[in-house]
Design a protein around this ligand. Sequence first.
Ligand SMILES: Cc1cc2nc3c(=O)[nH]c(=O)nc-3n(C[C@H](O)[C@H](O)[C@H](O)COP(=O)(O)O)c2cc1C
Length: 147
Amino acid sequence: MYEVIYCSRTGNTKKVAQAIASELGVEAKDIINNPVISEGSLVFIGTGNYGGKPIKPIVEFVAKNKLKLNKISLFGTSASGTGGEVVKLERLLAQSGLGVLTRFHCTGKFLFFRRHSPTDKELTSAREFARQTKTQYPDIVSTFKTN
Ligand SMILES: Cc1cc2nc3c(=O)[nH]c(=O)nc-3n(C[C@H](O)[C@H](O)[C@H](O)COP(=O)(O)O)c2cc1C
């Protein structure tokens, strides 16, 4: 099973989450609704960059769910578009012995900067990222046949 969890203050990471989720055929879940994840899922976790770091609710979510998380992909948005939020989140996960399978980052609108971000091109890249992750890590369970 694939799950897409995000925290998005101004809607940028939400757009990326929805692009990824639509490619995977699932719904993106806002962290605000306290999503429950299933053990064994490949969980895509998305965050904006706040002061060079992932946003606090995502850090808390990871801490709370570290026993359930084993297959993880990360995505992030930032004004700089350099992906520091993803790097930091990956480091944080590593402290709990958790590795990351794939990662994606792009730009996000911030005040008067990057007014069109994430751009259509970046959202297309986000879908491509989801497709590639899916190919690399197929959802074995759901393809089992019972007869
Ligand atoms: C308080 C605050 C701090 C931010 N700090 C950074 C930063 O250090 N580096 C950066 O590249 N972008 C920074 N940004 C821009 C956000 O990372 C960017 O707008 C991101 O796409 C927000 O994602 P969201 O709309 O999903 O919450 C900051 C934005 C805010 C509001």
